[in-house]
Design a protein. Sequence first.
Length: 621
Amino acid sequence: MGFMNPQLPPVDASTFRTLPRGERVQILTRHWVEHGFGTPYAVYLFYVVKCLLYAGGAAWVISLTPGLGPLTDPAAWWSEPIVYQKLIVFTLLYEVLGLGCGSGPLTSRFNPPIVAPLYWLRPGTVRLPPWPDKVPLTRGDRRAPADVVLYAAVLASAVWLLSRPGDGTTVKGFGDVGLLDPLAAVPLVVSLAVLGLRDKTLFLAARGEQYWLSLLIFFFPYPDMFIGFKLVMLGLWWGAATSKLNHHFPFVVATMMSNAPLVRPARLKRLLYRDHPHDLRPSRLPFLLAHVGTVTEYAVPFYLVFFGDGGFWTWAALIYLVVFHTHIFSTVPMGVPLEWNIFFVFSLFHLFGAHAGVTVGDLGSPWLLALLLPGLVVLPILGNVRPDLVSFLPAMRYYAGNWATSVWLFKGDALDRLEAGLTTASRLPARQLESLYDADTAMVTGQKVFAWRSMHSHGRAHNGLVDRVTDGQDDIEVMDGELVAGFALGWNFGEGHLHDDQLLRAVQARCGFAPGEVRVICLEAQPIHRQTQDYQVHDAALGLLERGHVKVRDMLDRQPWPTDGPGYPVYDVESFGPLRPSAGDLPGTSAEGPGAGTAGESSGTPAEGPGAGVPPRGTTA
């Protein structure tokens, strides 16, 4: 690995291009074990600088608050209550500008590395309303001037709130700077909520499940406000811990540790797998680390929130969690939630150190619990039981290997027409790489993204579903839905509902693909009470073609490269059209959704091959 050049597998590029997809995936996943993404050192330097700018920028902006000490003496003012309020606002602004999660080369934004505001300030780009059929004035998928104004209003409201002085309220044990006037937060609360109803991408990018919810807590007096902040942090930790109660997380641990820049010895990385290079299922070590992480996120925050009194054991718990989050930070996860982890570390010292005297026993207003209950309890429960209804972010099911995903399949020149048909501020990731490297390096580097996906349990199901849909076609270009969302929307962060059939319909409205030219395989997350994951296959022109489910146990038994061909086991298959359209199929002849045409079921028996269990339209299996 060099400062600017990636570490790639030792393959001849011209030969690599001609290999079947399964062989390419096998080469790249075996390489991932010892080298991860093979990221150049300059990329890590980029993220280090960005994190320093976040921390330094937050400190500088907050220090401008009248009554606080100078930037050069943070020890005099870092524990003031208004500091935490302003850090929340600053971090929300930082995220909604696209500077935080989902930015830079590790999310396939190579050149330029940050583009989100260029999309959100540009009319004509794609927007995805969360409930267009239920919320008035939100229909459509094109960004209008009104959306641009709303986004600008969010930015202006955040900047204005950051500039506000304290109200002079005396907080016992602290200075007389006071707290932010809660009415000053109203423009930001309202504008972000309205914008989120017009475009769910913006609300998710702002990390609304945490920072927007925290803005509402501004309306409570101290100490209820800080009890609320502590409960939000507890909800985030417990939500993350609950999301790890699955069979997927050990795959995440192994994949993440293989990509950790500070974990250099190849021998150590190979210990994460059963028998490299032959068996790349996780060894017992990732399972152990996964269990430790889950217990940590349940037990230690519980102690801090309900029993932390600022004494020795409180500080021991704080240091333990600091080490925990520093470890996550040091692995540089592919979604790069780096500033998010910095926020967590500061929150530990500020909320549970400087404000340890505020405990849940001091709660004065039951309305605080009424405010927090939907966001911290109801949505996470619903999201775990019905992941199709709630994004994994509001459901607080974080990086645990269980989230909605998709794979897009392009035939012929469809990928070029996609790039030409959308209004964007960047090119497709492969084209971005070609502006930085030669064509061979760009090609192999770009395919490492699918290797990363394949290392996860759900990626093994995607491999099987791709083979089922393509059935040996060699002119299909496979692209992870994350890359499509990043190009089409300007932002992506592991949320598969941003690149499912809703985005496909928006793309089709602009590009007009013929049957078979673009298909999307959507794989939903696993509900907490079932060991299956639903999938759907959509054609841009024909609509829904097939749906069914796959079993988690089938993913766990397989290698990260496809091994079943088109015979990957799928269950309870319903068909609405052939997976490979005939020449007679024309745009506009699609089924009108579930129920259009008669579906067949396999009653729990796996379908064998791409046509098994898939009757012609109008017949019953």
